[in-house]
Design a protein around this ligand. Sequence first.
Ligand code: FAD
Length: 459
Amino acid sequence: DTAITVIGAGLAGSEAALAAATLGVRVRLLEMRPVKMTPAHRTGNFAELVCSTSLGGEGEMQAKGLLQAELRSVGGAIVGAADGSRVPAGNALAVDRDEFSARVTRAVREHPLIEVVEGEVEAVPEGIVVIATGPLTADALAADVARLTGSERLSFYDAAAPVIAAESINLDVAWRAGRYDQSADYINCPFNKEEYLRFFEALEQARSHTPHDWEKLEFFEGCMPIEEIARRGVDTPRFGPMSPKGLDDPRTGRWPYAVAQLRQEDREGRMWSLVGFQTGLKWGDQKAVVNLIPGLENAEIVRYGVMHRNTYLNAPEVLDSTLQLRADPTKFVAGVLAGTEGYLESAATGWLAGTNAARLALGLAPLTPPTESMLGGLVRYLASANPKGFQPMNVNWALVPELPAELNPKTGKPRKLGKREKRPVMFRRGLNAFLGWAGQEAGLTVTPPAVPQHEADAL
Ligand code: FAD
């Protein structure tokens, strides 16, 4: 029987179902909404956009632009519905959310090979299955996925701390050191009692502004937000992540009253994150609170902290670049659950999972798109990233190989290309590789897409 099951009719699942059906494979699509809603969805429509209405920047300067072009070339349903419902938004592919979801819903419901079954799925069924239940996968199914993969491979939260630009840290106040005799890997911001109390009060104030909306977080001790730690008492932060123990302030020779530590995020040391400061505070409040940390009076926050429910697998430990579970290759995973972040990335992995699930049903080998393509780069990353602290990934240019060094004909030395020169070349290289792969290796009908010409970066 050449039938597959897709669980979840979100961004990834809708695309997966349509991709498989296009290959002539019958699809049973299981969706729990509207019978059971998630904390973020509001309708029973397929591919509902739960927050912004943008599928990312367009054109040949943009990593998302390349992924959009790849999906257009193979008739991707999500990007097609977006093109059909777009609204003007500068250089971004933004849509009318109702029109967009209505188009996807219609395409799915009208497809003769897709049968939609309403209701919550509690266990992964037998046979060839694409699991695409997203960041808010219902609990029973999450437990069953954890059983398939090992529970330590399934995360339920993204808990991130603010990241600060190194050049904005005041090193006349903060200093480099490790606790006791450990190597000096941290930047330490010292508080006296008065400064600490002022900081604590601002944190308390800010917490009272934090909306208690759909998330209903159950905090794990390891990723408790700083505002929740503070809720336990005025001294709790300084006996926890803000402990001054083993940190002699070079200006006093003594341990301060409390310390905020920063840890290096990138290899060059241009970005530092506040250790133990996961936070769900509003961005304005985050900035005000961070600026009360001595040494961070003028800190520039390059990435704000987030705390949100996000169900995702530790992809590098469980997935192949074909999006098959290593433990059971008849099971495919796509979307946020597969360790991607973003509407477009979810659709793209949905397309690949649906295509590969259909291939498996047809007795063909599942495939991985070429390295130079954005989709190929993304799924290879998922399968091969460092599993330690793995967090869901957006597409970006670092996922595809650098261009080979070009020699300056005059000096014979490698010529360094700026991003404005490089990206259009990487874009064409990626799109050509994808078109060749899709047309030949995957045997699909491909249409080279028109590429909007935009210079500036867009969100
Ligand atoms: P979804 O689109 O959520 O689809 C999963 C589907 O599975 C849903 O329809 C759900 O009802 C169904 N389902 C779940 N469990 C079951 C079950 N047991 N049985 C049957 N059906 C089930 N990304 C952006 O690019 N821009 C944003 O602005 C953005 N905002 C976000 C805001 C929030 C609150 C969240 C949680 C995520 C946001 N994301 C955003 C991230 C991500 O891109 C989206 O969540 C995206 O919808 C993920 O696609 P998906 O297909 O993986 O999951």
